[in-house]
Design a protein around this ligand. Sequence first.
Ligand code: MTE
Length: 323
Amino acid sequence: MLIRRPDDIRPSEITPESAFLNRRATLAALFGAGAATALPRAFAAEGATPAAPPAPNLTYTKNARYTVPNDTPNSWAEVTGYNNFYEFGTDKTDPARNAGTLRAKPWSVEIAGEAEVRGKFTFEDIVKPHALEERIYRFRCVEAWSMVIPWVGFPLGDLLKRFKPTSKAKYVEFTTLLDPRQMPGQSLPVLDWPYVEGLRIDEAMHPLTLLVTGVYGRELPNQNGAPLRLMAPWKYGFKNVKSIVKIRFTEQQPRNSWNVAAPNEYGFYANVNPQVDHPRWSQASERRIGGGFFARRQPTLTFNGYAEQVAGLYTGMDLKRYF
Ligand code: MTE
């Protein structure tokens, strides 16, 4: 997302050479030489034999209502090796390499704003009262690539109700940890840190919206947003904020990081919409990670295939304007 292009264009093809080399030098200084030398290379796991995921270490049930028909989930190697998490670098393989500095245990989450119950809660306070389930969701990045991912988590709405939002709570804001020692990418002005995102309260309460604690039956790896991240599968991937430390109920629409960085390119709603192109590329089709670099692109589905469940949230709204 740094140079905001579909990721199947090599950075060296579209970035002025000097800027590209500068970026390599900065990342090398920050993360070590490996980060820089790996930058222009294609993702190593793509097209490789899918690596089997390690044995599950979470207790959960499989919710068979949420599957992706005629499609198989991406491999463990792809889900945990091809990531966007700019707090650990801007290349897709950087988070897997660099996120070891994040300490996901112990963890706490602050609940703030327009709710009767507020305060600081431990990870266990947040998660323990809820039964974990596995749901297989489509995942569509704004950069026009996609995956199918077996998340483990529970409906976010079940958590939010516990804090008794007031009638003024029209939106929910989510904030990622801010700590450049644990998240070295925050030393660079790539985004206005910490990463923040928001949902309208009805989107946050929608039964599809998950608070995710795991993937492939295991606790979330750091690069996927340990220990808690959002998953609203009808929205572009950037809505799904990782490593959440604060949830705030608000009356006003919260800021969201990519909208702040480039308001004409990334909106607040970010609903997957093949009819509304990104200003610099089409959103009509997508490249499935793992299909190999030359695999045919597949058509993108309205609301990423979840229109039946979520279209009603946007009745009467001009989705070109509220993109
Ligand atoms: N959350 C934080 N804190 N920082 C990020 O850079 N990237 C977003 C989103 N959440 C991001 C983030 C983007 S652009 C995408 S596509 C998804 O995380 C990627 O999630 P994944 O790496 O688990 O596939």
